[in-house]
Design a protein around this ligand. Structure first.
Ligand code: P6P
Length: 350
């Protein structure tokens, strides 16, 4: 007989990772990297929740509590992420939105994982108390680019860039943490998408969203329509057709746009629909970065039964040519993304 689940048997991120190790889905090195990222997110969540207060502290003496000049939360979050990854001892190279170049991690003693991350995406929203997030992806080091005992710094940097510029298809793990009404860590290791809500009372991420599946079709579109005039005619036709669904027998869509990728994506993942940041006449490749925004979000979307596309190709198939390369991103329910691709590729919108 199976043991009845005790009311207090919590599945935490830690026990979930141990289960995956038991099933040999991941090894304990990768589990250690993921745990170090979770620790970074706990710290960042706490900083975000106190941002206004610490800003007040910083303003009083023009210094923050550590006696340093008040730093922006982006920079502090970046340091928190880097410190946690370094102290895991399992990270070989890290690439961050906040660092021009990838960084080789000296403190590695076992496991050379490559971690790409945006430590605090949407941080312009912080002052208004609107949700922000961290986004991350984890790769194996590329086999031909070991950075072992490299002494030529130029060669070393080339290898570091090659280590991080891998197609999203190679991702071992992708995830984000949403700092909002709750701190929610959502991740995949290639076997579905799982969400963990942080419980500050016990300091643990508790499994709250087992095996997230995105609806096949939603009724929300999430685009910054302030850029409408800059869009291509096909992009305009797509949005117009969602606004006038009577033409194709559809139901009216709602528009929701937080202006914070992690918040807009998380709602799209749970409720369905589509989030898009198109290219436009000012920025043909749009605004979002392939390596640490579009690829991790596309892996999560696909693992939940959704899609991630540039409008013309699958995001996970793209091999980055540069660390901070931008691509247009359309991500969400299969129905809306397929429809968008057909309209952008010249098939007439109904
Ligand atoms: P816009 C935030 O700066 C960000 O990188 C994403 O989080 C967000 O989705 C997007 O940019 C918002 O950009 O141009 O609509 O303000």
């Amino acid at each position: 007989a199976t043991a009845t689940k005790s009311a207090y048997e919590l599945q935490t991120l830690t026990t979930w990772l141990l289960d995956l190790e038991k099933k040999a889905v991941i090894d304990n090195e990768l589990a250690a990297v993921i745990s170090s990222i979770a620790t970074a997110c706990k710290q960042i969540g706490s900083l975000v929740n106190r941002a206004g207060i610490s800003n007040l502290t910083g303003l009083a003496g023009q210094e923050n509590v550590q006696g340093e000049d008040q730093k922006k939360l982006d920079v502090i979050s970046n340091e928190v992420f880097g410190n946690c990854l370094r102290s895991s001892g399992r990270t070989g190279v890290i690439a961050s939105e906040e660092e021009d170049l990838p960084v080789a991690v000296e403190e590695t003693f076992s496991g050379e994982y490559v971690v790409v991350f945006d430590p605090l995406d949407g941080s312009s929203n912080i002052d208004a108390g609107i949700s922000v997030g961290s986004i991350f992806g984890i790769y194996e080091p590329s086999p031909e680019c070991s950075i072992e005992d490299m002494d030529d710094p130029e060669e070393m940097m080339k290898k570091c860039v090659l280590n991080v510029c891998q197609a999203g298809n190679e991702l071992l793990c992708a995830g984000y943490t949403l700092y909002s009404s709750a701190t929610i860590l959502v991740l995949t290791v290639g076997q579905g998408v799982y969400g963990f809500t942080f419980d500050p009372l016990i300091g643990e991420f508790i499994l709250s969203h087992p095996n997230i599946r995105i609806p096949d079709k939603g009724k929300i579109y999430s685009f910054n329509e302030g850029n409408y005039q800059l869009w291509t005619e096909e992009q305009k036709a797509y949005i117009d057709s969602l606004k006038h669904p009577e033409k194709w027998g559809g139901k009216p869509y709602s528009s929701r746009y937080i202006g914070s990728l992690v918040g807009d994506f998380h709602r799209t993942l749970l409720y369905g629909g589509i989030y898009g940041y198109p290219g436009d006449s000012k920025n043909t490749n749009g605004k979002l970065r392939l390596l640490y925004e579009c690829a991790p979000m596309s892996m999560i979307a696909e693992q939940a039964g959704g899609k991630g596309s540039t409008g013309f190709k699958r995001v996970l198939d793209i091999v980055p040519e540069a660390v901070h390369q931008r691509v247009p991103l359309f991500v969400g329910s299969p129905w809306e993304v397929d429809y968008l691709e057909s309209v952008l590729q010249g098939k007439p919108a109904p």
